[in-house]
Ligand binder design. Sequence first.
Ligand code: NAP
Length: 252
Amino acid sequence: MTPVKLLILGGTTEASALARALVGDGRFAPVLSLAGATRAPVAPPIPWRLGGFGGVAGLAVYLAEHEVALMVDATHPFAARMSAHAVAAAAQAGVPLLVLRRPPWVAVPGDRWQVVAGMAEAAAALGALPRRVFLTIGQKDLAPFQAAPQHDYVIRSVDPPAPATLPPRTRLIAARGPFDAAAEHALLVAEGIEVLVTKNSGGSAVSAKLDAARRLGLPVIMVRRPPAPEAATVATVEAALAWLYGRASARA
Ligand code: NAP
């Protein structure tokens, strides 16, 4: 049987786990696609490619030229542009698309969340009085916080942010998750953090900061996810594999 050509749009723990689960599975010929956003991505265990496709049209051409038979969008819940492109290109090329998306975090008793729609709202929600802020939103959405220069920011990201996007009073921490609750607790205390700002990424790799904030009684400004892509969606790697196995056996 010819292996099914599969394109995985990645950049997440789930995409990496899916790739690992497909190693040695002769039913599939998978390729993992990474945006190239991280300077030193962890080398994937399956064939991979790097960089944008050139919009919807470019992705549709890629799908056709590489005879991709199935596509899994396992990008980050905030990678809305890539996800929208995947829906449109899959429709154009007639390629079945599955979205693998971890569920969002949900507040539990003791949480003091303020949910906002975007980064500008998050910056405004910090208020007029200076505060010590822990910003864990990645390195590319920092510019809106320049509108709130009265605060001291501790910014944690995998790669260093572009200096031009930074608010004036910042301390940078370069780190890649997962993070554990004890270390997060210690960090919030050591830095004298008064409020945390995060995207609702979901998942367990970076959720310890929320546990630590809860235990310290700290408020959290939680940036809501962009609208989910309109496509079949599963929440776990296991469910994505079940979908892939079903599709592969239907083709056999
Ligand atoms: P985005 O705004 O939705 O996408 C911007 C452009 O980057 C896309 O139009 C596409 O370029 C290219 N791109 C994105 N993901 C790609 C992929 N997996 N393979 C090839 N090209 C890709 O995406 P983003 O928010 O910048 O995220 C970029 C990457 O980082 C994604 O892989 C995402 O999973 C990962 N990531 C994002 C976040 C986050 O908070 N946004 C957090 C962790 C990881 P073309 O239009 O040229 O095809």
